[in-house]
Design a binder for this molecule. Structure first.
Ligand code: ATP
Ligand code: MG
Length: 398
C-alpha cells in the first residue's frame, strides 16, 4: 500500500494574491529539509500539499518528524493512497487504520470528493465505510459529535486518500516569506527563543554572536552552535557570524566608568550587528530582551542601547515572564543547552552597580574616550562566518 503525507497550509490561505508564492516557498523549504531522506514528489491542491515518496524504502517516520517542525504548516497527517474504487477503499482503510481503531471506542467517517465523477456521493461513501468499519471492529460505536477518531476519505483526481486525524503542525509562516533579520544570540535562554519566535513569523535568521576569548572558551561558542542546530530544525540552515569582542571589552574596562560597562558593551553589539545586518541584506535586528529582567533591560537602558541603531529592533520577548520564556525553550529543546554552565562575554564583565536609569547624554559621555568606529571596524575584520544546519556537525569549521 502506498503511503503519502498530507500537509495543510497555515495562514497562507489568508494571503490573497501572495498565496501561491508563499506555497512555493513552503514547498521549497520542505523539499530542502526532506532531501536527505530520499526523493519525493510534491503536489499542490486546494491549500493542501501531498508529498509522495518515490521510493518505498523512504523512512516516513523520519519524514514526518522533519515536517512537524517546518513553519507554515498548520496540520499534517499520513494517508493511504488507494486506487479509486469502493472495493479497495472498504478493504484497505480498516487495515491501514487498524491500530488506531483498535485503540479507541468511538469513531465517525467523513468523505470528501473533489472528483465529482466518482459514482458515489460523499454521504454514500461515508455510510458504506462506516458500516464496514463497524463490522470489522465490533467494539466501536459511531459518534458523529465527539468521536475519538475521525476517519477521512478524500476522492481526488489520481487516488483516494484514507487517513485518521491530522496532527498539529509547527504553525507560523514559511521561513523566508517575511525577509531577513539579524539575531543577536548569546548562549542564554532568551535569545534562542526570540530567534525561534521571529523565524516562526517567516523571518530568515542571520545570527551574530560576540565571543571574548580567552575570557570565554571555545565551548561557550560551541554552545551557540548547538542552540542554532536546534533552531535550524525549524527554519533550515543558518549563517552565524562570530565577532571577536575581547578588545572592545578591554577598552571599555580601561576607559569607561564601571556602572556603564554593560550599556556601552550592548551599544557596541548593536553597532556591529547593524553593520553585519546591512551587509547581509537584513531589514531588522532581533534581541532576547525582556522588560525589567536585568539592569540593562529597563526602558531607559533599552532606549540608550537603541539610540545607536538606525534599524528596527524586534524584541519578541519584551512582555514575557521568565517562566513563559522557559516553557518555549523547553518545547524547542534549547533549554538544556542554554543552562550549560559556560561563561558569556556579558557575565565576565558585569559591573557591581549597573545604571538602571541612565540618561542618553551621560551614556554618550561615558563612552566618549573610545573610538567607536575604528573599534567596530577592527572587530568586523576578524569576524568569522559559520554555516549551521543539518549538514554541519558541532564544532566543524565552515
Ligand atoms: P539571553 O538569555 O539571550 O542571554 P539575557 O537575559 O542574559 O539574554 P543580556 O545578557 O542582557 O540578557 O542580553 C540581552 C540580549 O543581548 C540577549 O538576549 C542577546 O540578544 C544579546 N546578547 C547578549 N550577549 C550576547 C552575545 N555574547 N552575543 C550576541 N548577542 C548577545
Ligand atoms: Mg545572557
Amino acid at each position: 500500500m502506498k503511503e503519502v503525507i498530507l500537509i495543510k497550509n497555515g495562514e497562507l490561505a489568508l494571503k490573497g494574491n501572495n498565496r501561491s508564492s508563499f506555497e512555493d516557498i513552503l514547498v521549497k523549504n520542505i523539499r530542502r529539509r526532506l532531501d536527505k531522506l530520499g526523493e519525493f514528489t510534491y503536489c499542490k491542491a486546494q491549500s493542501t500539499i501531498i508529498i509522495e515518496p518515490r521510493d518505498e524504502r523512504v523512512d516516513l517516520d523520519e519524514a514526518e518528524k522533519v515536517i512537524s517542525k517546518v513553519f507554515g504548516i498548520a496540520a499534517y497527517s499520513r494517508a493511504a493512497a488507494l486506487s479509486k474504487d469502493m472495493e479497495t477503499i472498504l478493504t484497505e482503510t480498516p487495515k491501514y487504520l487498524a491500530e488506531r481503531l483498535n485503540a479507541c471506542s468511538s469513531f465517525k467517517v467523513e468523505a470528501k470528493r473533489s472528483d465529482k465523477k466518482f459514482p458515489l456521493t460523499s454521504p454514500e461513501i461515508a455510510a458504506a465505510l462506516g458500516e464496514k468499519i463497524s463490522s470489522v471492529f465490533g467494539h466501536l460505536s459511531v459518534d458523529v459529535h465527539n468521536p475519538e477518531l475521525t476517519v477521512t476519505v478524500e476522492i481526488r483526481d489520481n487516488y483516494a486518500l484514507s487517513r485518521g486525524d491530522q496532527l498539529k503542525g509547527a504553525g507560523g509562516l514559511p521561513t523566508g516569506t517575511a525577509g531577513k533579520a539579524a539575531l543577536l544570540i548569546s548562549g542564554g535562554i532568551d535569545s534562542p527563543v526570540a530567534g525561534y519566535m521571529m523565524a516562526k513569523r517567516g523571518v530568515e535568521l542571520v545570527c551574530v554572536h560576540f565571543s571574548s576569548p580567552p575570557y570565554t572558551s571555545l565551548r561557550a561558542e560551541q554552545k551557540v552552535h548547538s542552540l542554532l542546530m536546534k533552531i535550524s530544525e525549524f527554519c533550515g540552515n543558518i549563517k552565524l557570524y562570530v565577532v571577536p569582542f575581547t578588545e572592545i571589552q578591554e577598552q571599555i574596562q580601561k576607559n569607561c566608568p564601571e556602572d556603564y560597562y554593560t550599556l556601552i558593551m550592548r551599544r557596541f553589539m548593536m553597532r556591529i550587528s547593524q553593520q553585519i545586518a546591512r551587509d547581509t541584506g537584513c531589514l531588522a535586528l532581533i534581541t532576547g530582551e525582556s522588560l525589567g529582567q536585568v539592569a540593562s533591560q529597563t526602558i531607559q537602558a533599552i532606549s540608550g542601547i537603541d539610540a545607536v541603531s538606525e534599524m528596527t529592533v524586534f524584541r519578541p520577548l519584551i512582555g514575557m515572564d521568565k517562566g513563559e520564556i522557559i516553557t518555549i525553550s523547553r518545547k524547542i529543546e534549547t533549554f538544556d543547552i542554554s543552562v550549560l554552565p559556560f561563561e558569556d562575554c556579558c557575565t565576565v564583565f558585569t559591573p557591581k552597580h549597573p545604571r538602571t536609569r541612565p540618561k542618553l547624554p551621560d551614556i554618550e559621555k561615558s563612552e566618549s574616550a573610545l573610538d567607536a568606529a575604528s573599534l567596530c571596524e577592527t572587530a568586523l575584520k576578524s569576524t568569522r562566518l559559520l554555516h549551521i544546519g543539518p549538514k554541519m556537525r558541532i564544532g566543524e569549521k565552515p
